[in-house]
Design a protein around this ligand. Structure first.
Ligand code: ADE
Length: 261
């Protein structure tokens, strides 16, 4: 996969890509990440990337010309066969669709992504209307720019690419990968400060361990993120467990409530 990032702060991408899984994936040519400075596509003496909003108001707005030029320059570098017609051009913005594991999986299927990091009070709407094909938000809060969101999206997508994670199934077992949260993990020592690892995990009985983990997945999801449970995707026994955990969770939360006056 090739990812091109357009930003006015290219240095923000130097450090994250120099470590661990990112670095290994880049070194092994599983992904190439090209960061472009939008400022390099300006033509005035001061390399102006922003301007006052038409109609007045606070803050500055990213100008359209350098963004269009930067995207054109990236497209010109691509081999023809990469099908630029369906190449996603993603703007990171709090107004975008809310990012999740499903969207990460969808993006991981492309051979090439372009990401534009918004800044200032916004970006000229003509970029959104005539250049961008997708808008993504990483959550209902406002950051100072799209650089950290782009890193979040890139991190999530890269670890889904074949060969990037050491063990093929570690991405499969992730929280959210199958729509539910992950089971709890333990490592040695078996007892730490009087707190033992659940006995079943030391039993060596793989069938029982798998069963226990499946129960934990359901229990955790019911307790922490009941909105993620889709009963239509569960078997009969799992549905019963969910009902049981839901009743327990309700009983627990009513115990914790302040008594009514
Ligand atoms: N830019 C500023 N805030 C953002 C957010 N929450 N998601 C994506 N891009 C952003």
């Amino acid at each position: 996969m090739r990812i091109d990032v357009l930003t006015i702060f290219p240095q923000m991408f130097d450090v994250p890509f120099s470590f661990g899984i990112f670095k290994r994936a880049i070194d092994q040519n599983l992904v190439s990440i090209n960061v472009h400075n939008i400022r390099d596509y300006t033509h005035d003496k001061h390399h102006t990337v922003d301007d006052y909003p038409h109609g007045g108001g606070p803050g500055m707005v990213l100008k359209p010309e350098p963004v269009f030029e930067a995207v054109a320059a990236v497209k010109a570098q691509l081999p023809d066969e990469s099908g630029t017609a369906q190449l996603p051009i993603i703007l990171l913005t709090p107004q975008g669709r809310l990012f999740n594991q499903q969207i990460a999986m969808e993006l991981s299927k492309y051979r090439h992504l372009i990401m534009i990091c918004g800044r200032y009070e916004g970006i000229d709407e003509r970029v959104v209307e005539h250049l961008v094909t997708d808008e993504i938000s990483i959550g209902d809060y406002v950051l100072t720019g799209g650089e950290l969101p782009a890193l979040v999206v890139i991190d999530t997508v890269i670890r889904l690419l074949p060969g990037v994670l050491g063990s093929e199934d570690s991405a499969q077992e992730d929280s959210h990968a199958n729509g539910l949260l992950e089971y709890p993990q333990y490592t040695r020592p078996a007892v730490f400060r009087d707190w033992p690892v659940p006995e079943i995990l030391l039993s060596g009985n793989h069938a029982q361990i798998a069963r226990w983990r499946r129960e934990q997945v359901l229990r955790r999801t019911v307790e922490r993120r009941p909105d993620l449970i889709d009963m239509t995707k569960l078997g009969q026994e799992e549905k019963q467990l969910v009902e049981q955990f839901t009743a327990l969770s309700k009983a627990k939360s009513s115990l914790n409530k302040e008594p009514e006056k």
